[in-house]
Write a protein that binds this ligand. Structure first.
Ligand code: PLP
Ligand code: MN
Length: 367
């Protein structure tokens, strides 16, 4: 049985393998905390990126307060691993999921949820009432700040929803979530900042309107890797949810620059030579996602192409050193979150030696 261990060399790993440069990752975490914590906001990193309880703990040790997960099933896994200060940032809809939520809340009272519609609120309230759990679950009103994905509209609809939630015995409003996901990857920094501040205005004005209506709004949560620094400057924003900064990807690097480094790569082997300046590597669609463009070789002289599920090509210009069968290369993912979801383990190294191995705990947890 193949069983890589701490202390092995990275060069001894089979491929494809997901490897993490620990120095770079730690520097990304430190940079984020150093930049954002002095503004007074809380950092609740989005764990949809890492899907790892160990990394959640590392982020908490560096100053984060809790974490976000996208889906209920992610919360189940990460909480079971001992990290349960979690905000589930997607709506919990349907009887099966509501039942799972109640079961999770039975064991983990720190779980927080978002709600964007009255029927969803009623269903969760009624299920909690039937469960006999006394303590109301903490709810954030999910507000649409321009992404048009989830979230109630600002103004009267948000007020009406908050009144509805506020009237329910088993739900307790603690805040508002407004995620501006459509802005994260805007390349023009000034445009990204300006649009972000407009979204933050919608968010903080709604939080104030809810307060005037009698709700105890403690948490105003928002932001991702592309916008967190702008959100942090806005009075009234209390919490930020960046995720990708820890590893980055080529899409984010192209959009927001190199302040954070690409700390995660997919180690791949050249398995065939297909011409004078073309080889095939063992990483294809099942190792590297393509929704945000193609992955890049860490050595930019080699250009990647997809050759199907299991393989990809690398080609190069004349004058660049040849790659040959058996050579090992590192590939930088174009979109980090779905790429991680393709792998079982992280192999984290320093000076070429594996220092830690972390499972991708909530891999495949899309429910
Ligand atoms: N918050 C929410 C609700 C998200 O959906 C995401 C990512 O899609 C994030 C935060 C984190 O964003 P990023 O990984 O771009 O930093
Ligand atoms: Mn993403």
């Amino acid at each position: 049985m193949y069983n890589p261990r701490v202390g092995d060399k990275v060069s001894d790993l089979d491929t494809p393998s997901m490897i993490v440069d620990l120095d770079l990752m730690e520097s990304n975490i430190k940079k984020l905390m150093d930049k954002l914590l002095p503004t007074g906001v809380d950092i609740r990193p989005h764990l949809k990126t890492t899907k790892s309880a160990i990394l959640a703990q590392k982020l908490a040790a560096a100053g984060a307060k809790g974490g976000c997960v996208a889906k209920l099933s992610e919360a189940e896994v990460i909480a079971e691993k001992g990290f349960d200060d979690l905000l589930i940032t997607c709506e919990i809809i349907g009887p099966v999921k509501v039942k799972r939520l109640v079961a999770l809340y039975q064991k983990h009272r720190k779980i927080r949820i978002v709600i964007d519609n009255a029927a969803g609120a009623t269903a969760i309230n009624d299920a909690l009432a039937a469960s006999g759990i006394e303590e109301p679950i903490s709810v954030l009103v999910d507000l649409d700040v321009g992404l048009h994905r989830t979230g109630v509209a600002a103004g009267e609809p948000a007020l009406a929803l908050a009144r509805h939630i506020g009237s329910m015995k088993h739900l307790k409003i603690i805040g508002v979530q407004g995620y501006e996901g459509h802005l994260q990857h805007l390349h023009d920094r000034a445009d990204r900042e300006q649009q972000c501040l407009a979204s933050m205005k919608t968010l903080t004005e709604t939080a104030d309107a809810l307060r005037r209506d009698g709700h105890d709004i403690q948490v105003v949560t928002t932001g991702g890797t592309g916008t967190a620094e702008f959100c942090a400057t806005v009075p009234g924003v209390t919490e930020l949810q960046p995720g990708s900064f820890i590893f980055m990807d080529t899409d984010y690097r192209n959009a927001v620059g190199r302040f954070y480094g690409n700390s995660l790569t997919i180690l791949s082997t050249v398995v065939s030579k297909q011409g004078a300046r073309a080889v095939t590597i063992d990483s294809g669609l099942k190792s590297l996602t393509t929704d945000s463009g193609l992955a890049e070789c860490k050595d930019p002289r080699y250009t990647y192409g997809v050759l199907g599920d299991e393989q990809g090509s690398l080609v190069w210009e004349e004058g660049t050193p040849d790659l040959d069968v058996g050579d090992v290369v590192e590939m930088i993912p174009s979109h980090i979150d779905p790429t991680i979801n393709l792998h079982d383990y992280y192999y984290a190294y320093r000076n070429g030696v594996i220092e830690e191995i972390w499972p991708v705990d909530s891999r495949g947890k899309v429910q």
